[in-house]
Design a protein around this ligand. Structure first.
Ligand code: PLP
Length: 470
């Protein structure tokens, strides 16, 4: 017998991962990174000598990309949890996180480890013909998440490169399955993405100026928290009218369960149940767009928070999962050739996605007493207290869990933008939403990377800024 006959079979890649030099190198990288992150634990202004070169970098970037950046923001590449250092040496408190992408904050040590593991892999990107074994691990975890409740019929998960692509894939699955139905229903004020097809669905005229219509879309009004029964009836009536006008022509209804760009609007379970039941009766696929809401409520998916599992045929995620994905039931499995792409994702994203999905399954983020709701409740209390202390200055809070918003002043674009930019200059990052008709400021804080002290600091900064504006 040879020596190797007694050893369990292992790939060279596995042996590399177990090499003690890699473990040592990772510990050293972590130590160095944490040491250099240390000074970035508070908001601070720009370093005087860096102001001019930073301004030049901003102008040059704007000229090259054919338009200025929304914020004068170019990161230095280092941060510390919710704090991020910019190229001018300033440090900001980041409660917008790339509109919900950097849920784990800046320089999360575990994500350093997953990135090093990924960097040791053979390629940067993985795609249609060649994916690594990691893909299977990620898919396993994703399906476990989607099937937390036994009522879920979701069986499959197709990874992709952006939220828009995930939505596009789901539309294709529904259109193919329900052919010749060729129309789609969505809510008023929904956001769906930026491709030509997604711009046809997103209910914002400015985002499709000069762009041809790629999909036939009809709209149903969303829930109004001020008029639950009336608004539910309006939506139900509108849906029934559409189905009557175009019988057998609807392939899918897109449910953006919590409206993100629309202004952090919520609906009731009954509202969804009534509309989804009508879809089911008419063979219209029920698709949940959870690209912004995934990982933000008491459950991994908002459809689980609202106990809608039994109705969901398709669901899309993106942003904080790092890898975007379309989940679907056996019924909506595509025919060969319908969906594919060169880039599924980078190895770094896939490894990070595995780490995140694992924490979603086994950590303490979810539930009424999980970290998301605890910190969200604290932020909501703080906003409420500011609203009471400074009448007329802010109203709200709005949203749910890790999606938190408030309306500053009268909600006019001018005043909301002014406050957002004042907060930016003070060192606090948040972003505008809504406009239907009032605008709001929204936050997507990096929950796993923060504690109560960061919420307190955010509230202090908001209070200070609103008292400066009349
Ligand atoms: C609800 C929703 N759908 C779709 C998208 C589009 O995702 P992406 O920007 O990754 O294409 C977004 C992005 O903000 C979103 O919030």
């Amino acid at each position: 017998m040879t020596d190797t006959a007694n050893k369990p079979a292992s790939t060279a890649a596995n042996k590399l991962m177990l090499d003690p030099r890699i473990t040592q190198a990772k510990a050293l990288l972590r130590e160095a990174m944490l040491e250099h992150m240390e000074p970035l634990n508070q908001v601070r202004p720009a370093i005087e000598e860096l102001k001019v070169p930073y301004q030049q970098a901003l102008e040059h970037t704007a000229a090259l990309r054919g338009g200025g950046l929304f914020f004068p923001y170019l990161g230095s590449g280092l941060g510390s949890g919710p704090f991020v250092e910019l190229g001018d040496g300033s440090v900001k408190l980041d409660f917008i996180t790339g509109i919900g992408v950097h849920f784990y904050g800046h320089n999360h040590p575990d994500l350093l480890d997953t990135s090093v593991d990924a960097a040791l892999q053979d390629t940067i990107m993985q795609g249609n013909l060649q994916q690594n074994l990691d893909t299977r691990t990620l898919l396993d975890l994703m399906i476990q998440l989607a099937k937390i409740n036994p009522e879920s019929k979701l069986q499959h998960c197709f990874l992709t490169s952006s939220g828009s692509m995930a939505n596009d894939n789901a539309f294709k699955l529904a259109l193919q399955h329900n052919h010749p139905a060729d129309r789609i229903i969505a809510f008023e004020h929904n956001f769906c993405g930026r491709t030509i097809a997604m711009a046809s669905v997103t209910d914002k005229a400015a985002y499709r100026v000069g762009i041809p219509t790629a999909l036939n879309v009809d709209y149903v009004p969303y829930f109004d928290e001020a008029d639950p029964e009336g608004s539910t009836k309006k939506a139900v009536d509108a849906l029934k009218r559409l189905i009557k006008r175009y019988p057998d022509r609807y392939a899918l209804m897109k449910f953006e369960i919590i409206q993100g760009e629309g202004g952090y609007n919520l609906a009731s379970r009954d509202f969804f149940v009534q509309l989804m039941s009508i879809c089911k009766e008419n063979n219209i696929a029920v698709m949940a767009d959870e690209i912004q809401s995934f990982g933000r409520t008491t459950m991994p998916f908002a459809f689980q928070h609202y106990k809608l599992d039994e109705y969901i045929d398709l669901v899309n995620i993106g942003k904080l999962s790092q890898v975007c994905a379309t989940f679907f039931t056996e019924e909506y499995k595509p025919k060969p050739g319908l969906i594919s792409q060169t880039f599924t994702s980078s190895g770094t994203q896939i490894r990070a996605g595995i780490r995140i999905a694992d924490e979603f399954l086994n950590g303490n983020l979810f539930g009424d007493n999980g970290k998301i709701m605890k910190l969200s409740n604290l932020m909501r209390e703080k906003l409420q207290a500011i609203a009471e202390k400074h009448p007329g200055k802010i109203s709200g809070p709005y949203g749910l869990g890790g999606m938190i918003a408030f309306t500053p002043f009268d909600g006019s674009l001018e005043k909301v933008k002014k406050l957002m930019m004042d907060l930016y200059d003070d060192g606090f990052l948040c972003f505008i939403a809504g406009g239907n008709p009032v605008f709001r400021l929204r936050m997507l804080p990096p929950i796993p990377a923060i504690d109560e002290s960061h919420i307190e600091l955010a509230a202090e900064m908001i209070e200070k800024a609103i008292t400066r504006i009349d």
